[in-house]
Design a protein around this ligand. Structure first.
Ligand code: DGL
Length: 249
């Protein structure tokens, strides 16, 4: 008798961030995995990184509920600010698998001979998460995620800002906010001796999922006409995504 192996049931993956950052991380997921994704970018409430912990917890609970209502069955928190401040509360509140971008540290050994520096939002740095887990020095970059949302990926505005916060010398630089990897070429140019680590690149090499092809349904809680261009600039093909606005979120 011939045994036929049927494909497992396909599930919808839910990804969330305050905006663009999670779409930057999703590119890393897509390098190793496939599947259909529903994505929430909570533009209406960004920057999450400037908010107190209690607000980050309640906004992220609302965002996870939205994704579950859309049919997501496994959640990926691709926002360091949420993962560093609210992962435990989200896991105790919702009965589905929830992964946090901060879990990349399980797959990373910091070097003994070099200083580790992490840049992130104020709320991520104030949580102390990376300072504790990687013995890193934490530098808040409160303006950076919003500059990237405004389209400053490679110009003098963001160059001057980075130059003002990044130390000189040789060290490992952790990009502790999912927005930041779009700045990698610029950081290489202004700090050529620095080794840059993107948490999403490390995490999604290990956390793999198999679905059918790739498609992302992007939901934004505030309209932003720049997003179509952003998605194309990030390398998503026109037939790999759809963009939606959630009114009254
Ligand atoms: N992308 C988010 C992160 O990884 C932060 C953006 C924000 O402050 O809203 O922390």
């Amino acid at each position: 008798m011939q045994v036929r192996v049927l494909p497992g049931p396909l599930i919808l993956f839910g990804f969330l961030d305050s905006g663009l950052g999670g779409l930057v991380s999703l590119r890393e997921f897509r390098k190793h995995s496939s599947g259909e994704v529903v994505y929430l970018g909570d533009l209406k409430h960004q920057p999450y990184g400037a908010r107190p912990r209690g607000e980050i917890v309640s906004l992220s609970e609302k965002a996870v509920s939205f994704l579950l209502d859309m049919g997501a069955e496994e959640i990926f928190i691709v926002c360091n600010t949420i993962a560093a401040n609210a992962l435990g509360s989200l896991r105790s509140r919702f009965n589905v698998p929830i992964h946090g971008i901060t879990e990349w540290v399980k797959y990373y050994t910091p070097p003994h001979d070099r200083q580790v520096v992490v840049i992130g939002t104020r709320a991520t740095i104030e949580s102390g998460y990376y300072q504790r887990t990687l013995k890193a020095e934490g530098i808040p970059a409160p303006e950076l995620a919003l500059l990237i949302e405004e389209g400053h990926w490679d110009d003098d505005v963001v160059r001057a800002y980075l130059d003002s916060i990044l130390p000189q010398g040789e060290y490992v630089l952790i990009l502790g906010c999912t927005h930041y990897p779009v700045l990698t070429p610029l950081i290489r140019e202004i700090r050529p001796k620095v080794e840059i680590v993107d948490p999403a690149e490390v995490l999604f090499k290990h956390l793999r999922r198999e679905g059918d092809g790739f498609f992302v349904h992007v939901y934004l809680t505030r309209e932003n006409p720049k997003y179509e261009d952003f998605l194309l600039k990030l390398g998503y093909e026109r037939d790999a995504f759809s963009l939606h606005f959630v009114p009254d979120y």
